[in-house]
Design a protein. Structure first.
Length: 188
């Protein structure tokens, strides 16, 4: 099943934030950049528009977080937390909900990392910042662009380098130099 089909099944074709049954599209929860089941949620145009353009926020629309903050799905929890955090600057009810909300430690860390929109650091699958010289493990089979080769899941790339694009890291594995998407690596 495709990622999007799996997500539609998870959300029962309802917006994972407000429950609307209108057209849904995947929303990638930063600092991640790929649509995966673990890092994206299905949301409606209203939610999407107001997240992308915070100046258009209709405060009352976000009362829906009262329900969706209890979702068992981590990327939904992260998005709900971030919205409540922003709303809590002016809305007492949002502060109250935020106080009630419970996030697992790694989910809480994810929620805070992604609040910074200018965050331009390469981050691994867990949102951990990658630095020059780190060793990483590839977390899924990745095709090598322009060839029919595949970098196998579990391949270790030692001593990575960073380039201009924060989404990519480079290094050598199996005697070859390669670029891989930071998000498909795990820091060792
Ligand atoms: Zn919605």
């Amino acid at each position: 099943m495709s990622t999007e089909a799996t997500m539609l099944e998870r959300c029962e074709s309802k917006c994972e934030l407000c429950g609307a049954e209108s057209a849904l599209s995947p929303f990638i929860v930063s600092p991640h950049s790929q649509v995966t089941v673990d890092h994206a949620i299905m949301i409606c145009e209203t939610c999407n528009g107001q997240i992308e353009n915070p100046e258009t926020v209709d405060v009352n629309h976000w009362r829906c977080l009262n329900d969706s903050m209890w979702s068992p799905v981590p990327p939904v929890q992260v998005t709900a937390w971030r919205q409540l955090k922003k709303l809590s600057e002016s809305e007492a009810w949002a502060t109250d909900l935020l106080d009630m909300m419970y996030l697992e430690e790694d989910v809480a860390k994810w929620a805070e990392i992604g609040m910074d929109d200018d965050d331009e650091k390469p981050r691994d699958i867990n949102g951990v910042e990658l630095k020059k010289g780190d060793d990483v493990t590839v977390t899924k089979d990745l095709p090598v662009k322009g060839t029919n080769q595949v970098i196998k899941q579990g391949t270790v790339i030692r001593g990575i380098s960073l380039g201009d694009d924060p989404r990519l890291v480079s290094g050598r594995a199996n005697g070859q130099s390669m670029y891989v998407i930071a998000e498909f690596c795990r820091k060792k």
